[in-house]
Design a protein around this ligand. Structure first.
Ligand code: FAD
Ligand code: SF4
Length: 458
């Protein structure tokens, strides 16, 4: 070998060492970090998704990481062992940008992880359920995102308005829920001059109200009935809610807030809807209830403020904060564990019981570890009495106590919407995804008259 060839080889080896090796080291470091995060999120129950999320075909995935880099929600996907992995499912909102960006089509969007059922209601092309006259719009039907919810809410009521009108005192349509789907349905009913009512168990806004403070919401332009095109693409949660309030003020859409629908009964002319405040007769019902259900509340002063949440979506959004978690089940312990891992948090767990008798053994171990490491203050046999702007008042075994507080997470159970639908007699599919399924074509839809209440993917 002559000198020139030797020099060329040495230069080539040096170039590889200087460029490729640092690149692989960086990748390796990233993966180690992602693995640790994934393990932490599995422990705290945050790795699982609760809405539409990506499913990766392990055989097709080339581990390029494009999906992870395009996800606007942050560390939702990571490449582990050369394959894309959903590591923070609870943060996924189902934009499907990852699926669109995947260069080999290895991503399909699903409602439930492989081998699990997703409790999707059977709907016809007009979003009508198996119960004639009862429709579903928005995320409850299986399609997430604000734009989809608005489009479906509008389409459902356009369809109802095209049917022959009935006479008599019953409403033409009753809308349950005032999230994006319910508000669009109500505005469309108003546009068509239908007799209608919109009932909302909480405040106007739906799931948007539950987003972390200042969250950037990604959406696409969408037509709002009686208002025009909503041209927002990236907007903060607070600004989006302000726009919705402006729309409602301008259109004067009547929404009955803090009124929960508890039952639907069949009558001779249509349906009787039973709410926490009264009964309504209606020919058509639009269920725009979302998939997050009705959390049980504490019923204490100060509970209806932005600092109180009923589900912890992103523990990482809460740092250096004084957190109170209320409850004695697995979700309370998982919330506590996730919050205690964030830097600077002071976490207190309040439970009215004497001991944790119905939690998984895994969570019991975490609880002991947290108590042993003094990362958690536990108040057994305690009750929250009031929630203030910067504190919480509790009744404890030692008497009344007031703790400094920034946020409260209430995990005391509730009802999932599927239980409500089941009572109304609505039939469900069970979406099953085979373990190696890659494209939507591989998804199997298994019709079923029954479903597993209270769970996504049980
Ligand atoms: C953290 C997070 C971030 C997200 N970010 C984005 C984003 O950036 N872009 C995007 O497009 N989407 C995002 N989404 C998804 C989006 O918020 C939902 O897809 C959308 O809100 C669904 O609208 P909906 O009207 O179908 O249901 P919801 O918004 O869930 O509204 C349902 C309403 O029905 C009410 N209700 C339920 N049961 C009853 C009852 N029995 N009686 C009366 N009222 C009842 C509820 O209180 C609620 O107000 C995000 C979701 C989450 C959790
Ligand atoms: S669906 Fe959206 S939020 Fe979920 S992982 Fe893909 S890009 Fe991220």
């Amino acid at each position: 070998m002559d000198n020139d060839a030797l020099i060329t080889i040495i230069v080539a080896i040096a170039a590889v060492s200087l460029t490729v090796l640092p690149y692989y080291r960086r990748l390796r470091k990233k993966e180690v970090k992602a693995r640790a995060k994934f393990q932490e999120l599995q422990v705290t129950g945050m790795a699982a998704a609760s809405t539409m999320h990506p499913h990766f075909d392990a055989l097709a995935c080339i581990g390029c990481g494009t999906c992870a880099s395009v996800c606007p929600e942050g560390d939702v996907i990571a490449v582990i062992q050369g394959k894309a992995t959903l590591i923070h499912g609870s943060k996924c909102v189902g934009h499907s940008l990852c699926a669109e960006a995947c260069p080999v089509g290895a991503i399909s969007m699903v409602m439930a992880p492989p081998g699990r059922s997703a409790n999707l209601p059977v709907l016809n092309d007009h979003f009508e359920t198996s119960v004639p006259g009862v429709f579903i719009a928005g995320e409850l039907g299986g399609m997430g995102l604000i734009k989809n919810a608005v489009t479906q809410g509008r389409a459902v009521v356009d369809g109802i308005a095209s049917r022959p009108r009935s006479t008599g005192p019953a409403l033409d349509v009753l809308v349950v829920g005032a999230g994006p789907a319910g508000l669009a349905a109500g505005l469309t009913a108003m546009h068509h001059g239908l007799r209608f009512a919109v009932l909302e168990q909480n405040d106007i806004g739906g799931t948007i109200l539950q987003y972390p403070r200042q969250k950037i919401v990604m959406t696409s332009p969408v037509e709002i009935p009686l208002w025009g095109k909503l041209r927002l693409r990236e907007v903060r949660k607070e600004e989006l809610l302000a726009v919705w309030h402006e729309i409602l003020q301008k259109t004067r859409l009547p929404v009955q807030t803090h009124e929960r629908v508890v039952d639907i009964q069949r009558t001779e002319v249509g349906y009787r809807v039973v709410s926490s405040a009264g009964n309504y007769d209606a020919h058509h019902i639009v269920l725009a209830m979302g998939r997050r259900g009705t959390p049980r509340k504490l019923g204490v002063p100060g509970e209806n403020t932005g600092k109180v949440m009923y589900r912890l979506i992103d523990a990482g959004a809460y740092r250096n904060s004084r957190m109170l978690v209320v409850g004695g089940g697995d979700s309370a312990i998982e919330a506590v564990a996730a919050l205690a891992l964030q830097p600077g948090n002071q976490v207190t767990l309040s439970y009215r019981g004497k001991a944790f008798t119905r939690i998984k053994s895994r969570n019991a171990t975490h609880l002991q570890q947290l108590l042993g490491s003094r990362k958690l203050r536990l108040l057994l046999e305690s009750r929250v009495r009031a929630i203030g702007e910067h504190d919480v008042a509790l009744e404890t075994l030692q008497g009344s106590q007031t703790l400094p507080n920034d946020y409260v997470v209430v995990c005391v159970g509730g009802e999932m919407p599927f239980e409500f639908l089941q009572r109304a007699g609505i039939r469900f599919h069970r979406q099953m995804v085979a373990e190696s399924a890659g494209s939507p074509d591989h998804r199997r839809e298994i019709p079923s008259d029954s479903m597993v209440p209270g769970t996504h993917g049980s």
